[in-house]
Design a protein around this ligand. Structure first.
Ligand code: CDV
Length: 308
């Protein structure tokens, strides 16, 4: 029987001027509150250490690099790793990664309960655009600042649970969950920064955005018989609103916990990972029911082709 108390450390806004030290202190406060309530695995948002900088168009390389981490842990984040180790809490959080070769990725790492990094994921589905777009109400320049991840969708056995990571826009793609589901995933962790409004369609506001987030996370959980944790960075950052809506979803697709604010807020749920077995051995027993002979189009073709 594998049980784990899983927490989501939703974070309120991080302003451009906020230092890494200030942000890490907030993350440690959430970690301590989580540990006090029995959390053993804590999930933080995408790009948890800085403001969501892809909203800013930048050309100066030094200005861009200031948002990136050259190593992990580093001087600023070491206290978080040390506190997590002392408290025995496994953590995952996102950050902008600059490799020694000068490559930039939107990355998340996973630690074990002793504070050692055991997994790394680099965001595969990068939304947005690469050049300044005057038609949008706000910019979303992830395609400018990051390369698509090159590590694939992997899982790690951590604290007795098969865990996989995805980041923000990945949660909208069924391929993400299925690649993890095919490896027996039991807990998918997904940090996000989702603007409260669509920069290209004024009719798409907060209500619809929250619904689409829930829909994606709940469907991914149910269709792969896995727990899914989606954790926001929320609130007004540098004048731009990000939605909250962090949730923990069980393998039936039910929401076990939901954030109520757009601030630093802890959500948690006691997860019994034996509950993943039912779906994985019945309606979503992939070995018995999948029909891969009809799925080749999914990897052979990227865009829609209308052939009639
Ligand atoms: N950070 C993201 O990937 N945000 C996207 C926005 C652009 C829609 C998301 O899917 O939430």
């Amino acid at each position: 029987m594998v049980q784990l108390v899983v927490g989501g450390a939703q974070m309120g806004p991080i302003q451009h001027a906020d230092s890494r030290q200030v942000v890490v202190a907030r993350m440690i406060a959430l970690l301590e509150a989580a540990a006090a309530r029995g959390v053993e695995m804590l999930v933080y948002p995408e790009l948890a250490l800085t403001t969501f900088f892809p909203r800013w168009y930048m050309e100066d390389e030094a200005e861009i690099d200031a948002f990136f981490e050259r190593e992990m842990p580093n001087g600023a984040t070491a206290p978080l790793f040390e506190r997590a180790r002392a408290l025995g809490v496994a953590i995952t959080f996102g950050y902008a990664e600059l490799t020694p070769e000068g490559r930039r990725f939107n990355t998340s790492i996973l630690t074990d309960r002793a504070g050692a990094i055991v997994g790394k994921y680099r965001k595969i589905h990068l939304p947005g655009h690469s050049e300044y777009d005057p038609e949008r109400t706000h910019q979303h320049l992830e395609k400018r600042y990051f390369e698509p991840g090159d590590l694939g969708f992997r899982v790690w056995r951590n604290a007795g649970v098969v865990m996989g990571m995805a980041i923000c826009n990945d949660r909208r793609w069924p391929e993400t969950y299925r690649c993890l589901g095919l490896q027996g995933v039991e807990l998918v962790t997904i940090g996000y920064n989702t603007p409260s409004a669509n920069g290209q369609q004024s009719s798409e506001g907060l209500e619809k955005r929250l619904f689409h987030s829930d829909l994606s996370l709940q469907a991914g959980a149910y269709q792969n018989a896995t727990y899914v944790v989606g954790v926001a960075k929320a609130g007004i950052e540098d004048g731009h609103p990000l939605m909250g809506g962090s949730i923990i979803v069980d393998p039936d697709g039910f929401v076990l916990a939901r954030a109520a604010t757009e601030e630093d807020e802890l959500i948690l749920a006691a997860c019994d990972f034996d509950k993943c077995a039912f779906g994985k051995t019945t309606i979503f027993d992939f070995a018995r029911h999948r029909r891969t002979e009809h799925y080749s189009r999914i990897t052979a073709q990227t865009g829609m082709q209308v052939e009639v």
